[in-house]
Every structure is written in structure tokens, then in C-alpha cells.
Design a protein around this ligand. Structure first.
Ligand code: FE
Length: 212
């Protein structure tokens, strides 16, 4: 069910937010209120250090360790606190588990709310009007465009993110991957599989895709 976004902070964004942010940044730096190097460090962190590999490690551990999986699903905030992955857009993460008969897909219909500490910067398509508009209305068609055609019998649940709640999909562990180590399992977990727009991929196959 799509959430109402009346109190969504992004709905207060003015037109041309990039220009306004740049103007604000210039004033803050000129007045000595913001250190440009500190700002660059934050940007660099999200561009290069925080990425889907963080979420992938959680998924891999959940696949390998049933007790951890149970905690990740049912006591998510505590698990993320312990891993120092809470806050900065990561608060109140809800983990939704794909099962044999249910597939989960995440969207933010109003803007682009996303679990940054777990997945890094959202991909362009996640923020696109097209995806935001259609993910709720015709998820099956959207998934097919990602190359993911699910059986008609699979139920698709769409989760609309808000400023308060971010979602992470816990994909199913592929049969061929069972019994692998946590490190190996993590290689199978793609960013898109944690949004629900894809499934885990055998690392050998994903390398071939990149080369091809
Ligand atoms: Fe949003």
C-alpha cells in the first residue's frame, strides 16, 4: 500500500534544489560555518566507501546463519546499531524477505528515500519518474523490464519508502550457492536484488555481463 507523503520533507523542496544547495554551500563556506574539506569527505564516503557491499554482507550472513537472519528480520534496528549502520537515512530499516511465493520490491513514490548506509547512493533509475510512477501500479511489467519475469503465482509486494521507514529486501539464497562461505555468498548479492529489482547472480555470470 502506498503511504501518504503529506509530511514528507522532500515535498518541501523548492524548485532547482541543486542550485539552491550550491548557493547555500557557498555562503556557509564563505562565512566559515562549514569546512569544505569536511564536506568533501562526506561526499567521498558515500561515493566510494559506502555501497551495496555493506548490505550484501548482511544478506550473506543471514543466509549462512539462521539466528542472525531471525534477528535481522525481527530486531533490525538493534542489529544495525551494533554494526554501526544506523542513522543518516538508515533509521528504521525494515527488512522484507523474499520467499518461494512472495517477491518484494522497494520504491519511494514521492522522491528517492533509500537505505543509504546499507546500499550507498541510489541508482538513477530508482529516482526516475518512470520507476516511481509504475512500480506500484504495474510491478510485474517493471520487473520484466529489469529482466526478471516471475511466475504468475508469485505474489509481488511493493513497499513505498518514507522519510521514517527504509526497506531492504532479503533475497532468497540461490540453490547453487548453499554451503558457500559468507564471503563467497556476499559476491552473489547484487544491489538490485536488495531493492527487489533483480535476483542474486552467480559472480562468474555477473563478471561475464560486465565484460559483455
Ligand atoms: Fe523519498
Amino acid at each position: 500500500m502506498p503511504h501518504e507523503h503529506h509530511d514528507h520533507p522532500h515535498s518541501l523542496l523548492p524548485p532547482e534544489p541543486e542550485l539552491r544547495v550550491k548557493a547555500l554551500e557557498t555562503i556557509l563556506v564563505e562565512k566559515g560555518l562549514v569546512d569544505p574539506e569536511a564536506l568533501q569527505l562526506i561526499i567521498d564516503t558515500y561515493q566510494h566507501k559506502i555501497g551495496p557491499q555493506i548490505g550484501a554482507r548482511l544478506v550473506a550472513r543471514a543466509w549462512a546463519d539462521a539466528r542472525f537472519k531471525d534477528r535481522l528480520l525481527n530486531d533490525t534496528d538493534t542489529v544495525l546499531d551494533e554494526a554501526e549502520l544506523a542513522g543518516r537515512q538508515g533509521e528504521h530499516v525494515v527488512v522484507v524477505e523474499n520467499t518461494a511465493d512472495t517477491h518484494n520490491l522497494v520504491v519511494c513514490t514521492l522522491c528517492s528515500c533509500y537505505p543509504w548506509p546499507l546500499l550507498g547512493i541510489p541508482p538513477g533509475w530508482y529516482k526516475s519518474d518512470n520507476y516511481r510512477r509504475r512500480a506500484v501500479r504495474e510491478p510485474r511489467a517493471v520487473l520484466a523490464e529489469f529482466g526478471l519475469t516471475l511466475p504468475e503465482t508469485t505474489r509481488i509486494r511493493v513497499w513505498d519508502s518514507t522519510a521514517e521507514i527504509r526497506y531492504l529486501v532479503l533475497p532468497q539464497c540461490p540453490e547453487q550457492a548453499t554451503n558457500l562461505s559468507e564471503d563467497e555468498l556476499a559476491q552473489w548479492v547484487t544491489r538490485d536484488s536488495m531493492i527487489g529489482a533483480g535476483l542474486p547472480i552467480c559472480p562468474a555470470d555477473s563478471n561475464m555481463q560486465i565484460e559483455g
